[in-house]
Design a protein around this ligand. Structure first.
Ligand code: NDP
Ligand SMILES: O=C1OC[C@@H](O)[C@H](O)[C@H]1O
Length: 375
């Protein structure tokens, strides 16, 4: 790697599933890396958990990592440049505020907070302290998203965009989980909307809003609640100026098929697939043939094989490293910080706040409520 690549020394807060995915990706050698990442410290509710995590997921550097039995010690570690927060949603606000108070930069997992009020408190604190803060909506940083925006907005391959459907569904047997699980406990921000509906919403915003355009948005939403948590959430976004619609859904009852999003335009359709809506790996284009929409005579010819069929194109994105792709957001942050930026252009804080406001409105209409809403 060239010498001028910036380096970030990470302090990891919590030792759950996503923290293991993140540090694993950071430690994968990459020929095209744009930054150097070192896991410097790990903080857990329990010191032995932190040590076990280091041994299991960072075996080659475990001896050099500072393991702590508290989060506070990570915030105060002078060798840490940036804190990665991987606790359940309900703790994000306090963890962020504590890290910011210690003068640390922060990458906080999605959703940034439980509601917009909490998100604003963190954003205000970061701006006052002059540290870098970003919501870990890592999917925005994968190369597929750059291609998607190029196809939709630079090349306008599907013409005028009319409508996007996006779904993130998991088959999640909530009642079989312990009552304390972050996926079941309303005190921890449980429910499909904040956990996975946020990706459906993100795909809607990425595919329906032209870069830089000032948008006006109407929101209609419904939710189905079980034991107070939303197992189904459906959002209808309507953009009155362009007439565009987004139908953006999440479910804990059914897993989405591989194709999780469909963007319809005047010249064709763009489909997004992946194992889940957080891990897209294919863009498929089905462009309308010249005969589409012509009179019945032409349609009959098409059926008999005389007419051309719609043009199809496919763009596949696989990770050559075998990793998941969390290093894209990590590299982008390292470059931002090296340039002196205090927030990301790809996931700006104003967008994080707007997303939390949309999610608040969806919950207001749908009925899902968190104890934090009354604080
Ligand atoms: N970007 C992505 O693709 C993904 C993002 N996420 C996000 O990451 C966050 C964490 O999710 P995930 O890793 O799946 O969660 P886990 O339940 O697997 O881990 C959460 C960790 O947080 C700590 N923790 C602190 N307080 C509590 C508590 N009361 N209950 C449970 N854990 C607690 C624990 O670590 P310790 O004991 O070591 O302190 C625990 O291991 C969520 O906000 C989620 O939205 C999750 C999955 C994927
Ligand atoms: O962000 C996420 O993406 C993957 C899901 O399995 C997980 O529940 C969610 O937090």
């Amino acid at each position: 790697m060239a010498k001028e690549h910036p380096e970030l020394r990470w302090g990891i807060i919590a030792t759950g599933m996503i923290a293991s995915w993140f540090v694993t990706d950071l430690s994968i050698p990459r020929t095209d890396a744009r930054a150097k990442h070192t896991v410097q410290a790990i903080g857990s509710s329990n010191l032995s958990k932190a040590k076990k995590f280091a041994q299991e997921f960072l075996p080659s550097s475990a001896e050099t990592i500072s393991c702590y039995g508290s989060y506070e010690e990570v915030y105060n570690d002078p060798n840490v440049d940036i804190i990665y927060i991987a606790t359940p949603h309900a703790y994000h606000k306090q963890n962020c505020l504590d890290a910011i108070r210690a003068g640390k930069n922060v990458l906080c997992e999605k959703p940034f907070a439980v509601n917009a009020r909490e998100a604003k408190a963190v954003i205000d604190a970061a701006r006052n302290k002059g540290v870098y803060v970003m919501e870990g909506m890592w999917t925005r940083f994968v190369p597929l998203v750059r291609k998607l925006r190029e196809l939709l907005y630079d090349q306008k391959v599907i013409g005028d965009i009319n409508r996007t459907f996006a779904d993130f569904g998991l088959d999640m047997p909530i009642k079989d989980l312990p009552a304390t699980s972050r996926l079941r406990d309303v005190n921890l921000g449980a429910g499909s909307l904040l956990d996975i509906g946020i990706y459906s919403l993100t795909w809607g915003l990425l595919t329906l809003e032209d870069p830089g355009a000032k948008v006006e948005l109407r929101i209609q939403a419904s939710q189905t609640l079980e034991d107070g948590i939303d197992v189904l959430s459906s959002i209808l976004l309507h953009y009155p100026k362009t007439g565009r619609h987004g139908i953006l859904t999440s479910s804990l009852l059914h897993k989405t098929d591989d194709v999780f999003a469909r963007v319809e335009g005047s010249k064709g359709t763009l489909l997004l697939s992946g194992d889940t809506a957080s891990m897209p790996n294919v863009i498929a284009l089905v462009l309308k043939s010249e005969n589409d929409g012509k009179d019945m005579g032409d349609k009959r010819k098409e059926k008999s094989g005389e007419a051309t069929t719609g043009q199809k194109q496919r763009f596949e994105f696989s990770e050559p490293t075998g990793g998941r792709g969390f290093y894209y957001e990590a590299d982008a942050i390292a470059l931002d910080i090296a340039r002196g930026q205090k927030e990301s252009d790809t996931m700006p804080l104003a967008e994080t706040l707007r997303i939390m406001q949309i999610l608040d409105e969806v919950r207001k209409q749908g009925g899902a409520k968190f104890p934090q809403d009354d604080e």
